[in-house]
Design a protein around this ligand. Structure first.
Ligand code: COA
Ligand code: AMP
Length: 634
């Protein structure tokens, strides 16, 4: 670490991306080493390491065993909800992955075939992902908190050969059966029915149906896959669906080669973690943070990764993370600001840290949503280690901006994610696509090409990729976030400029929630907005207009509200956390019929909300102001 090291690295990544990334690629074991970094022959579709071949699972598991790490813990599954801690060394992980790959092959999965993984935070989630990578199959992990309709949409898009699930997840002492959800999703889906492989958890014993296969039985009969399949660096490793503004999820496609290179590099150069160290990301494998920093980056680096099946609070209390840090001698931790806010709420003075020796911890990293300065200060004071904000998204797979502590640590400005990471040419643009001056807010954009490890396209939909991300300004990727660069070059992210919701670090689409509400027979139209929330950063609020001149008495309104909340739980999932529904007479719109969600959100959050000149009827907005600013529903 030396002064100027970041600037030197960053400038080189801009001036000589070819040399920079080919050098970074040396940290990966290739079958055929790439001779070229960037393939820019088909803009705006850029590809990295076009002539390289490798296997990601080999890099995450096999090579560490070969290099003498066989007896080092690879995965520690720490599960307060099942009261168990189990460790797999790299050698044991290799055996488990080889067997799981055998199950997939036995059920017809080959290179390029898709496998949906709908699992709680069990070791099998990691094993299944790596097993797919081993045979060149493409995994698509779906967050367990999503309801059947969301799972069905992903099945319809990915067309999986196999779906791996478990009999249940466990949420703060409650057993949540998964099979009814999976069966409903398969039923709803119009795709060919995948083979469903089920991990039987003792907390929920359930007889299987005809087309369902028991994981243990399948493992017993499977031939382990000893060799890793050679794939092109540009072949897809996974699809991860994320929310846009419409109800249809977007399948982010990640490659093998660029992903391995970028993630491996990020662990040492951004996060400052060395091979052999213990790393703990408290998130879920269903989100990108889980993909990148529970599974791939730590394993590609030869670290020990803690897979935690629990919550920051309530499993059993707000000391849960401190216990994990102490018990496993964790060097680096990553989570979402919401998790820290939840701990702070339950234990404002941090007294529960006492008795836990967290002295191995060097750094806490927070991302997934805006890190508010209060939370940053609280965590900094309590843990007495640098607390590092980093900003990125499912699409990019690794930080677009961070304080790169592994290269050089800069003074923290709370609320800023610090500087762009190597390879990211971040510009703030105005509505015409012109870069704005320092301190002026605009659309945070990245000049193409994006660096290795970022999305290649949307699964099966190049047009939507171009329209959704590249069309706003020629030659730039639009992040969907607004923000500014200050005079010192620090990047400040101010929030989404579209209608994407971010609830407790979980990204949700207004469109999915609105579709669920609109399906209720009494609803004529509706809008969902994300409003500020002390704990979850943002929570959804729904405004519904009823059909005809429906006049309901208070009891009927209460019933309707409960039905609408339930609909969202059933169609999107409990994780949407919709609690408040207001029945209103009309929704404010522009003359072209676009609902003014942003203006309503600003009013609800109490920030200045300029009335758009295109508004159809200002009286509608005026009438809503009271509802939007009122602390309880109308
Ligand atoms: N499977 C099934 N249901 C799930 C689920 C999962 N994997 N994850 C959450 N849910 C359910 C919860 O049980 C809850 O249901 P309920 O309304 O019936 O109680 C609902 O979804 C909302 O869950 P959650 O967002 O976890 O809210 P909470 O109030 O239970 O807990 C926090 C609040 C702050 C503790 C929690 O949001 C948290 O741990 N946040 C960390 C954020 C994080 O890791 N984000 C990942 C991106 S980095
Ligand atoms: P996801 O794709 O689920 O990771 O969500 C990405 C979005 O979360 C980004 O576009 C931002 O709006 C928000 N986000 C993630 N990290 C940060 C951060 N450090 N600061 C501010 N917003 C963030």
């Amino acid at each position: 670490m030396s002064t100027g090291a970041y600037r030197e690295s960053y400038d080189r990544s801009m001036a000589d991306p070819e040399g920079f990334w080919l050098e970074a690629a040396r940290e990966i074991d290739w079958i055929t080493a790439p001779t070229r970094a960037l393939d820019d022959s088909r803009p705006p579709f850029y590809r990295w390491f076009p002539d390289g071949t490798l296997n990601t699972c080999f890099n995450a598991v096999d090579r560490h065993v070969a290099a003498g790490r066989g007896d080092q813990p690879a995965v520690i599954h720490d599960s307060p909800v099942t009261d168990a801690v189990t460790t797999l060394t790299y050698r044991q992980l290799l055996v488990e992955v080889q067997r799981a790959a055998g199950v997939l092959v036995a059920h017809g999965v080959g290179r390029g075939d898709r496998v949906i993984i709908y699992l709680p935070m069990a070791s099998e989630a990691v094993i299944s992902m790596l097993a797919c990578a081993r045979i060149g199959a493409v995994h698509s992990v779906v967050f367990g908190g999503f309801a059947p309709a969301e799972l069905a949409a992903r099945i319809d898009d990915a067309l999986p050969t196999v779906l791996i699930t478990a009999t249940c997840g466990i949420e703060r002492g409650r057993v949540l059966p998964y099979l009814p959800l999976v069966r409903a999703a398969v039923e709803r889906s119009s795709a060919r029915e995948p083979t469903v492989i089920v991990i039987a958890r003792p907390q929920q014993v359930e007889p299987l149906q005809d087309h369902e296969i028991d994981w243990e039985t399948a493992l017993a009969g499977a031939e382990p896959v000893l060799a890793c399949t050679e794939v092109a660096a540009t072949d897809p490793l996974y699809i991860l669906y994320t929310s846009g503004t419409t109800g249809k999820p977007k399948g982010i496609v990640r490659d093998n080669g660029g992903h391995a290179v970028a993630l491996r590099r990020s662990m040492t150069e951004i996060f400052g973690i060395r091979p052999g160290e213990v790393w703990f990301t408290a998130s879920d494998v269903g989100w990108v943070v889980g993909h990148s920093y529970i599974v791939y980056a730590p394993l590609l680096t030869g670290c020990t990764t803690v897979v935690y099946e629990g919550k920051p609070v309530g499993t059993p209390d707000a000391s849960a993370f401190w216990r994990v840090l102490a018990q496993h001698r964790v060097s680096g931790m990553f989570t979402a600001p919401t998790a820290i806010r939840a701990i702070k709420k339950d234990d404002p003075d941090g007294v529960l840290l006492a008795g836990h020796d967290v002295s191995a911890l060097r750094t806490l990293f927070l991302a997934g949503e805006r890190l508010d300065p209060d939370t940053w200060q609280w965590a900094t004071d309590l843990l007495d280690v640098p607390v590092i904000d980093n900003w990125w998204q499912t699409e990019t797979g690794w930080p677009i901006a961070a304080n790169p502590v592994g290269t050089e640590m800069f003074p923290v400005k709370p609320g800023s994610a610090t500087f762009p990471s190597v390879g990211y040419d971040v510009r703030v643009l105005d509505a015409r696509g012109t870069p704005v001056a320092a301190g002026v807010e605009g659309a945070v954009s990245i000049k193409l090409p994006l660096p290795p490890g970022t999305l290649q396209t949307l699964w099966g939909d190049d047009d939507r990729y171009v329209d959704g991300y590249l069309a706003a300004c020629d030659g730039y990727y639009s992040t969907g976030d607004g923000g500014y660069l200050d005079d010192d070059g620090y990047l400040w992210i101010m929030g989404r400029t579209d209608d994407v919701l971010n609830v407790a670090g979980h990204r949700l689409s207004t469109g999915s929630l609105e579709a669920a509400l609109a399906g209720h027979p009494a609803v004529a139209e509706c809008a969902v907005i994300g409003v500020a929330d002390e704990l979850k950063g943002q929570v959804p609020r729904a405004l519904v207009v009823l059909k005809g001149a429906t006049q309901l008495d208070p009891a009927a309104v209460a019933t309707l509200r409960a039905e609408l909340v339930q609909r969202v739980r059933d169609e999107v999932g409990a994780v949407a956390s919709l609690r408040r529904v207001d029945v209103v007479d009309a929704l404010p719109k522009t003359r072209s019929g676009k609902i003014l969600r942003r203006t309503m959100r600003q009013i609800a959050d109490g920030v200045p909300a300029p009335v758009p000149s295109t508004i159809e009827d200002p009286a509608v907005l005026q009438a809503l102001t009271e509802v939007l600013t009122s602390p309880s529903s109308s």
